[in-house]
Design a binder for this molecule. Structure first.
Ligand SMILES: Cc1cc2nc3c(=O)[nH]c(=O)nc-3n(C[C@H](O)[C@H](O)[C@H](O)COP(=O)(O)O)c2cc1C
Length: 398
């Protein structure tokens, strides 16, 4: 999405300037055309030459440089996105006051398109009512903000926000802003992911091979399309996607409870989790000792989450299910679509190479209630997530 997009990176004079070098590098690697604008203070921290080498383009630092007159207005109008990282307390104050006393503030005054601010400062400076008021005012005027976060500051450890977000986080927020408003913008989306597990005893479990990768990819893609995303996840070892709210669950009963609480608020529920369908009828409070011969385990069905929460469904919302089958996938998927009252079902076959559990790729067929079928050929789970959301967005439009 960054290829041939024009991004202005404004840099003001904070110690986090060194991280902006990585941000510029990532943007360039992603294919963006990047113009860097430094305040006088920023040039004290990182020399323009560094940004020039990283961006491959001249760096602008002053309104008064011959040969670049009016460049600030051209950049303000032409850039697809302006990111200010770090945004110092001083830059934020000047912006809120409508000042134009250097190239960056003049550019920002003339800008009507999207601007993302990444504030970074000492925690007390961020907590100062002047800074808070300035940022609240700028938010009201349509400026977007990422961070600051709680974490170590240059001057030492801190328990309060002040630290600039990492370049990857800024990049994710910038991508979301650049994408602009779409059918999922502002919608509340719930995604379930991963397996659940049921105790045989305090040591042993009944579970399955779900890795959670498909659900996490869907949560990430939905957030990037502007949704507010709640990810309800069973035990997996995956990084939480940027911007997504995580709720951990362990058993199918936990998952039911989490979906029950969330469902009345959700505009879209995507059930990508693989809950254990059966659990031991009796879980032993102590470890069952190993003994000769067979161990007989009696299993009972776990609750059906979609059926149990159907009455809590928000009117007008969409529900998307998954069916992982091992043969006759489409016929079984269509039966499940009807039985569970789904709007769409994503069918995949665990026996196909590169599809289903544990792998990073998938190949799926989407079925809707009108008999429609969309096939998404083998691709990364992240790309499949985008394909699924394209179909969901089309369904939301009807
Ligand atoms: C070593 C050092 C580190 C600084 N770090 C920050 C910072 O992280 N955030 C901030 O708002 N100001 C910081 N300042 C203060 C700013 O540099 C100062 O307010 C300056 O006027 C900012 O100008 P500018 O916003 O035009 O770049 C720092 C100053 C020094 C000397």
């Amino acid at each position: 999405m960054w290829v041939d997009r024009h991004v202005v990176v404004g840099v003001s004079g904070g110690i986090a300037c060194y991280k902006t070098c990585t941000l510029v590098r990532r943007l360039v690697e992603a294919g963006a055309r990047v113009d860097v604008v430094l305040t006088e203070g920023a040039a004290e921290f990182v020399r323009p030459l560094t940004f020039e080498a990283l961006s491959g383009r001249p760096v602008l630092t002053s309104l008064w440089t011959r040969g670049t007159a009016l460049d600030h207005l051209r950049l303000a109008q032409q850039a697809d996105l302006v990111v200010v990282a770090p945004a110092t307390a001083h830059l934020i104050a000047r912006l809120a006051q409508g000042m134009g006393d250097d190239l960056l503030t003049t550019l920002l005054l003339a800008r009507s398109g999207p601007v993302l601010l990444a504030p970074a400062m000492n925690d007390a400076m961020y907590a100062n009512p002047a800074t808070r008021a300035n940022l609240a005012f700028l938010a009201g005027r349509g400026f977007s903000q990422v961070g600051p976060e709680i974490g170590p500051l240059a001057e030492g450890p801190s328990e309060r926000p002040g630290r600039m977000s990492e370049p990857e986080t800024i990049l994710a927020h910038a991508a979301r802003l650049l994408r602009g408003r779409g059918p999922l913008s502002g919608l509340r989306v719930g995604v379930t992911a991963g397996p659940t597990r049921e105790a045989i005893d305090p040591v042993r479990l009944v579970t399955n091979r779900s890795s959670g990768k498909m659900g996490y990819a869907l949560a990430e893609a939905a957030w990037q399309r502007g949704a507010e995303v709640l990810l309800i996840s069973g035990p997996v070892g995956l990084a939480v996607p940027c911007g997504v709210t995580l709720r951990h669950v362990d058993t199918t009963a936990d998952l039911l409870q989490a979906v029950r609480e969330a469902r009345p608020e959700l505009d879209l529920l995507i059930m990508a989790a693989a809950p254990a369908d059966y659990r031991p009828a009796e879980s032993s409070p102590v470890k069952r000792p190993r003994q000769g011969g067979a161990l007989q385990l009696s299993l009972e069905a776990t609750p059906d989450i979609l059926l149990e929460t159907a009455s809590l469904r928000k009117p007008g919302s969409l529900t998307v299910g998954f069916a992982l089958e091992t043969g006759a996938a489409v016929a079984r998927g269509r039966a499940k679509l009807e039985r569970k009252g789904l709007d769409l079902i994503v069918v995949n076959d665990a026996m196909e190479p590169g599809a289903g559990f544990e792998v990073d790729t998938n190949r799926v067929i989407l079925l809707d209630r009108k008999g429609g079928e969309v096939e998404l050929p083998l691709a990364s789970k992240r790309a499949i997530a985008d394909g699924i959301l394209d179909v969901i967005e089309a369904a939301l439009g009807h």
